[in-house]
Unconditional design. Sequence first.
Length: 373
Amino acid sequence: MTCAPGLSPALETELQSLGLTTAARDHTGVEVNCTMTQAMQILLHSRIAFHVLQRFGDLWAKDADGLYEGAVKLPWERVIPADGYVCVTSVVDNPTIRNSMFANVRLKDAIVDRISDRVGRRPDAGSDIDRAVVHLYWKQEDAKVWLSLSGRKLSDRGYRRLPGKAPLRESIVAAMLAEAQYDGTRPLVVPFCGSGTIAIEAALIATGRAPGLLRTNMGLQHLETFDPEAWGRARLQAKKVRIKATPAAIVVSDIDEAMVDAAYRNAVTAGVDSLIDFHCCDFADTPLPETPGTIIMHGEYGQRLDTEDDLQGTYGRIGDYLKQRCGGWDAYVFTERSLLGAVGLKASQRTPYVNGDIDCRFARYELYDGVRQ
């Protein structure tokens, strides 16, 4: 399984909760040995993974010709339909390759030539990733070839039709909520809600809804090895795993009415709009439930404000708001690393995240209710 940089510990914990044991782990992924039935469980239940990849072949390839010669020997006719469609993606670090697209083309050639030779027909090929996807990881002379069981990233849940101006990827949000130990039993407040991703992911967690059920298309469905009956059973079982108790309040706000509307529409698409209380207001006017819970602020970092002074002033106000209004709450701020100092509060924990190409931190603040003894 691949994931966003730095999320592999969270992904490993998630996979352990599904009964899987890690075989290897690096900065952007976790490897496990599992059955196809278990892989289907990952596809349906993982909130943090990007791709679920099945190892298909290990090749020694000095250059593009060597890649072709090795790949054309693999039994592609067993996994790629001759009348289907295949896309090749890659990560390439080989001194003979200046453009990874050339490596993609050579691997694609090997796949379709092999199938044509064995079956007499060849699949179409291109850049669309909504059908069969083959992934190449080629470092120096070591080339690993994988079948993508997910196709598109699992984090592309499908509900965020209106993404907003500075959206957080769903998998990052899921990791943040896991770190905050959110389970729906305590209230959650999300000022700066943007397109609603934090609240929607929280509602899915609180109700035990498998995020993969929001997807109607996975890469494994376009492989010769696909077992539709097993997939149907896995989906049916996932639908049965629901938390029947009504979760605690989820309250969101944004000063931009268009963002509140986008958050609401995305929540409707995800089927969780009835679980979220929407408000259009300044973050400091966000209504707080009487029972303390968790407050998460996805602070601005240049995407929607114009000047550094604006940002510093906003973060100063965030610190004042947390200190004066949120005693007894578990408070978190997610933003670009250099801006946390403007909050003016001492963070008890700062977890690094990479959002796009921005070096961010998820900071936790201990807010005491009354005088600390």
